[in-house]
Write a protein that binds this ligand. Structure first.
Ligand code: PMP
Length: 455
């Protein structure tokens, strides 16, 4: 088959040979797949030339936007000089080492080292073992249970999906693995009942203390959570939540792990999400915005507290990936971080586009089918509601989200829907005018929901 023929036939070839992630393939093959051809700035274009504003930065990752020739040039240079070498057996490459230094320079003095992986899932598998090795080395081999949250997301590997709190993922593959337990999430709108958000934040955090007491603090290695739950629906915790979690972790000497795979690299208007909340985590998995998705790379930021034990006392850490510190991926990430620094994208989100987005996003709360519209930086979660005065949801929440999402898509805007929440996470280079466009198109989707779905 020649290339031109193959191009016109991609849909059929795809149905015949390509299994997609998180998809009902029978349904996808019947509906047909969308084919994205090219991209520039905050826009993607499909194979029919239709232009979309990418309100989701690919998959929460294209922080510096598309079409950055500086990154592709850096990748080419590295490809030509050294396309691959490993970081095992007493070896490193320049990009891997310099990238570790660069990441730590933004993580602050609490952190000292980075362990590289190929993805966010592998990053979660990595800290999972680090946490257990840490406590074992200190003479506490029984201190190994990991507490995580319902509806959290930490990846699709066996450990990642176990740490995640998606029941529908656990059902496939007999998960979670032993030693992982889940507590509730700080999702006030749906689970808060008659409590105020602040009261509910304390209640949700209190579940951590209850679980630690139930298991025994000497059995619990770590608590893991995203600063803001992403895939779960951009669940922004009430203000009381994180200070209470931090207090509990300190009191019982439990490692705090913040999954920074989405919140890292500027999304919240800080380099890392834990900085926004003033937290002091011990381990942080990272990925996505580290390279803006140009090439796959992830890692774990290791605090001095943990690194000191792993490096000086634990001996060999029997863990690693062929692509740990891949030199070309590291070169892409280094150039990506240079762009974020030089263009002051973190400051821009913090001082300009973040507050502008917050106001525009919040303005949607006047809509009849919107219960709540919250955001931090350039990460927004919008709760749909059948009756906003009583917080009653649509009979089939997931259908409501799909109606809005598809209407936006038809009108040239990519957003994600998780049940009855609309999620936004645009590239950090988005302008005020593009934020207006995003919110206006979303409002059209909300009108469409109001006009077509019975409440
Ligand atoms: N952690 C979080 C918070 C994520 O959002 C994701 C991906 N959406 C992951 C981990 C897994 O990353 P990856 O898909 O690169 O394995």
């Amino acid at each position: 088959m020649n290339a031109a023929h193959a191009r016109s036939n991609i849909g059929a070839i795809d149905a015949a040979h390509h299994m997609h992630p998180f998809s009902d393939m029978k349904k996808l093959n019947a509906d047909g797949t969308r084919i994205i051809q090219r991209a520039e700035g905050v826009h993607i274009f499909d194979n029919h030339g239709k232009k979309y504003l990418d309100g989701f930065a690919g998959l929460w990752c294209v922080n510096v936007g598309y079409g950055r020739k500086e990154i592709t040039d850096a990748v080419m240079r590295q490809m030509n000089e050294l396309p691959y070498y490993n970081t095992f057996f007493g070896t490193t490459t320049e990009p891997a080492t310099l990238l570790a230094e660069k990441i730590i320079s933004h993580a602050g003095p609490r952190f000292s080292h980075v362990f590289f992986t190929g993805s966010g899932s592998e990053a979660n598998d990595t800290w999972f073992r680090m946490a257990r090795v840490y406590w074992k080395t200190l003479g506490h081999p029984e201190k190994k249970v990991i507490i995580s949250r319902k509806n959290g997301y930490h990846g699709s590997t066996v450990a990642g999906a176990s740490l995640g709190g998606m029941k529908w993922m656990h059902e496939q593959g007999d998960l979670p693995i032993p030693g992982v337990v889940h507590i509730g999430q700080p999702y006030w709108y749906v689970e808060g009942g008659d409590l105020s958000p602040e009261e509910f934040g304390l209640r949700a955090a209190g579940e951590l203390e209850e679980k630690i007491l139930e298991l025994g603090a000497d059995k619990v290695a770590a608590f893991v959570a995203e600063p803001i739950q992403g895939a779960g629906g951009v669940i922004i915790p009430p203000s009381t939540y994180w200070p209470e979690i931090a207090r509990i972790c300190k009191k019982y000497d439990i490692l705090l792990v913040n999954d920074e795979v989405i919140c890292g690299f500027g999304r919240l208007g800080t380099w890392f999400g834990h900085q926004y909340y003033g937290l002091e985590p011990d381990l942080c998995p990272i990925a996505k915005g580290l390279s803006s998705g140009y090439l796959p790379i992830g890692g774990v930021m290791v605090s001095k507290r943990v690194a000191d034990v792993l490096i000086n006392e634990a001996g060999d850490f029997n863990h690693g990936f062929t692509y740990s510190g891949h030199p070309v991926c590291a070169a892409a990430a280094l150039e990506n971080l240079r762009i974020i620094e030089d263009e002051k994208l973190v400051e821009r989100v913090r001082d300009d586009t973040g507050p502008y987005f917050a106001k525009a996003w919040k303005s949607l709360e006047d809509h009849e089918v919107v219960g709540q519209a919250e955001s931090v930086g350039l990460m927004g979660g919008l709760q749909l509601a059948a009756d906003k005065t009583t917080r009653r949801r649509y009979a089939k929440p997931e259908d409501a989200g799909v109606v809005v999402r598809n209407h936006c898509l038809k009108n040239g805007l990519v957003l994600r829907a998780t049940n009855d929440r609309m999620l936004a996470s645009p590239p950090l280079i988005i302008t005020r005018a593009e934020i207006d466009e995003l919110v206006t198109t979303l409002r059209g989707g909300l009108d469409h929901l109001r006009d077509t779905m019975p409440r």
